[in-house]
Design a protein around this ligand. Structure first.
Ligand code: ZN
Ligand code: ZN
Ligand code: FE
Length: 737
């Protein structure tokens, strides 16, 4: 019997070859009707034999295109329309723009094959892409996702490309960024020192510069990379000096998995992530170091595989591991234009390769590592973000969450969807704040979104909070560490009361002190701080956190009568000691702080005799490198009658223990503490906050909690760090309106 059905398909269904997929499916099952894109997704009407329609439906649901992500299909049976063929109709904009935007996707195997095929018309064309791969978020100005709304709109398709674009059976049917050597963006090489620009053999020239030890830049999907030869120690040294980046590890671009395995030990999970179509930077164990200054004092190395034709090309031409780090000024967002490369990094970069497809929305590389099989995202950006969640919340408000301060992201709630932006940066420079505002504008455009409610942190000095307060709109403020826990409760759809363990860098506490070592009993509406680390004095205030030896001073000062502690305190110069003592005794510039992140700093200061750190997470990384699995010992877990965790005796112990033993015992103790408290509370445990980026700690905690059969949850597809605060803020707003 003939029937007619309509389908409303929501999710990531635009720019991923969904309409041609429906078209081919309709042809396969001899169905007539039409399909088109609209603002809320894809709409189709399909008419034919009932039995064939159900087969169509099965494939629609179960075998969509690789990049598609279906959130919801709404179907209806309607009267017969007597269609005579199947058509793909023009996009229709309707009332709400609510289609999730696809992240940028790495070069697909089909395109790679064509790029390497001498007989293909795109042989050697490094900007090759198709419906399954290439730029998306980074080139979109507004929705619907049509070429006219992207930065490809200025390139007129040649006849051949147009034919492919219009042929539903072609794998580039409606591939909006479609192009070829004839009609696509032009690639150029610029020698800043030599003062010339050329479009002949640009990549070859770049490769030559890299091989000769030059520092170069290469435009990618969401921004420029700084690229140089990782095996050339003096170049890497020079890059460190010029970028004023003394110690933070550089990511390494490996030409292939085989090359990566020459230098690193790679587990199955890590390999899977490296080869995935998101192609993030994966932190793996380094075996035979290229040279120590790439990632000093750590046993980890961030590596990734080429994810665009350009990166494939440069890897093949150079044939060595390359440093490929985001082109930016420290803490600022990634650079997206050649002009900025020249203006801001002209003193660092000797030459660069550019092309004239504009990057509309910047997007950094994503970074992930694994604790056993658990993924820990350090940065959720290219390939993953914007990240959308379909929710069951029915709420009329349009909510904009402004996130935290460091590792800034924003999130929006619009008609049941939550979308998190890619990583923006630390909101500590004018440029970063500008990019933060730009991201808000971008999201407004994408989703036709005018917020009716803002959600932000409680810290009065965060740029995101100050921005919110300037808008003259209803605002909800959410405590930072509670937001960390809420983001993970949202991710795992947890609605009951949990023990939330929120260990972090620094965040504004309800008592106006700095929190960061908190144990909450909380659900989606309320939280109660049941335990906390005993606060210590952060001498010099928030701004002093780079000087980790001062943190150790402050922690050990109350034990100054102990000989070992006194010996440590005597390491400071007389003047310094006097100033720190005064600050301690008179509470001058001494904020109370319960942050576990800062305890890691103090531990590193004591164990490694390190005075300062230059990047976030540095102390943890060094302690992990010292961790010895064979050390089962730990310091005593002591909680006072007010629920405050005592730890001075840990630090006194660390002063006497061997570095490896001290680092291992410190991490073991933190893990034991979580289990100790979890056993008292008998609730599901949710662990959030930047400290849980530490894989060794996470592994140890997982091991101990599993042994006790305690159910626990970690950030899985989102990051445990401040980039997920915006999601936690939205979760709070949705549950408390
Ligand atoms: Zn492709
Ligand atoms: Zn063309
Ligand atoms: Fe935080």
């Amino acid at each position: 019997m003939k029937i007619c059905k309509t389908y409303e398909i929501e999710g990531i269904v635009q720019g991923v070859g969904f309409r041609p997929f429906v078209f081919m499916l309709a042809k396969k099952y001899l169905l007539n009707g039409f399909v088109y894109n609209r603002s809320v997704g894809v709409y189709a009407e399909v008419e034919g034999e009932e039995e064939l329609i159900s087969k169509f439906e099965f494939e629609l649901q179960n075998h969509p295109p690789v990049l598609a992500h279906i959130d919801k299909i709404t179907q209806k049976t309607v009267p017969l329309q007597n269609f005579t063929d199947f058509k793909i109709l023009k996009s229709k904009a309707s009332f709400s723009k609510n289609t999730p935007i696809s992240p940028d996707i790495s070069l697909c195997p089909d395109c790679l094959r064509e790029m390497r095929d001498k007989n293909n018309r795109r042989f050697g064309y490094v900007l090759i892409n198709c419906t399954n791969c290439g730029p998306r978020y980074s080139i979109i100005k507004t929705v619907p996702y049509d070429r006219i709304n992207t930065s490809m709109s200025v390139f007129e398709m040649c006849e051949e490309c147009r034919a492919e674009y219009n042929d539903p059976s072609n794998r580039r049917y409606h591939a909006q960024p479609i192009s070829c050597p004839k009609c696509g963006p032009k690639i150029t090489f610029t020698d800043i020192r030599g003062g010339f620009k050329t479009d002949t053999e640009p990549l070859e020239k770049l490769a030559k510069a890299i091989k000769s030890g030059k520092i170069t830049a290469l435009k990618g999907l969401g921004g420029f990379h700084i690229i140089c030869d990782a095996s050339n120690e003096s170049t890497v040294k020079l890059l460190r000096e010029k970028k004023r980046r003394p110690a933070k590890p550089f990511a390494i671009l490996m030409a292939s998995l085989e090359m990566a395995k020459e230098y690193c030990d790679i587990t199955e999970c890590e390999q899977e992530a490296l080869l995935s179509r998101e192609k993030p930077i994966v932190l793996v164990k380094k075996r035979n170091a290229l040279n120590d200054i790439i990632a000093p004092h750590t046993d980890r190395l961030g590596i990734f595989l080429p994810y665009t034709g350009l990166l494939v090309g440069i890897c093949e031409l150079v044939g060595r591991p390359l440093i490929a780090t985001s082109a930016n000024i420290s803490g600022e967002p990634i650079i997206t234009t050649a002009k900025e490369i020249e203006n801001k990094l002209g003193g660092i970069v000797d030459a660069y390769v550019d092309f004239d497809r504009e990057i509309i929305n910047f997007c950094d590389d994503s970074v992930v590592q694994f604790a056993g099989k658990n993924s820990i995202f350090l940065r959720l950006s290219r390939g993953y973000a914007p990240k959308s969640f379909k929710t069951s919340y029915e709420c009329k408000e349009k909510i904009l969450a402004l996130g935290a301060h460091q590792k800034s992201t924003i999130a929006v709630f619009n008609d049941t969807n939550i979308t998190i932006s890619p990583y923006i940066g630390d909101l500590e420079s004018i440029k970063s704040i500008e990019m933060f505002e730009r991201t808000i504008d971008t999201f407004r455009r994408f989703y036709d979104f005018n917020p009716s409610l803002l959600v932000c942190d409680k810290h009065p000095h965060y740029a995101s909070v100050m921005w919110a307060k300037r808008q003259n709109m209803p605002i909800i403020e959410v405590q930072h560490h509670y937001a960390h826990i809420l983001s993970i409760m949202f991710e795992h759809d947890i609605k009951d009361e949990v023990l939330g363990i929120s260990w972090d860098g620094t965040g504004f506490g309800d008592d106006k002190t700095i929190w960061g070592g908190e144990f909450f009993l909380c659900d989606l509406k309320h939280y109660k701080r049941v335990y906390s680390f005993k606060p210590f004095k952060l001498l010099g205030g928030d701004g002093s956190i780079k000087n980790i030896d001062r943190i150790a001073f402050s922690i050990l000062y109350p034990a100054k009568d102990n000989a070992v502690a006194a010996a440590f305190l005597d390491n400071f110069s007389k003047e310094q000691k006097y100033l720190l003592e005064q600050s301690y005794k008179k509470d001058i510039n001494a904020l109370l702080c319960s942050s576990v992140g800062r305890l890691f700093d103090a531990a590193a200061a004591i164990i490694l005799k390190q005075k300062s750190v230059t990047y976030d997470g540095e102390s943890g990384l060094y302690l992990e490198a010292l961790y010895d699995k064979s050390v089962q010992d730990r310091y005593a877990v002591v909680i006072d009658k007010n629920g405050m965790v005592e730890y001075i005796h840990w630090f006194l112990g660390m002063l006497e223990d061997e570095p490896k033993v001290a680092a291992s015992k410190f991490i073991n103790t933190l893990a034991a503490l979580t289990v100790h408290i979890a056993k008292k509370q008998r609730k599901k445990v949710v662990l959030g906050g930047g400290v849980f980026q530490n894989r060794t700690l996470v592994e140890k905690i997982a091991e101990l909690l599993e042994k006790e059969h305690i159910e626990f949850f970690l950030a899985k597809s989102i990051s445990p760090n401040d980039s997920s605060i915006a999601l936690g803020q939205i979760t709070y707003a949705l549950n408390n309106l």
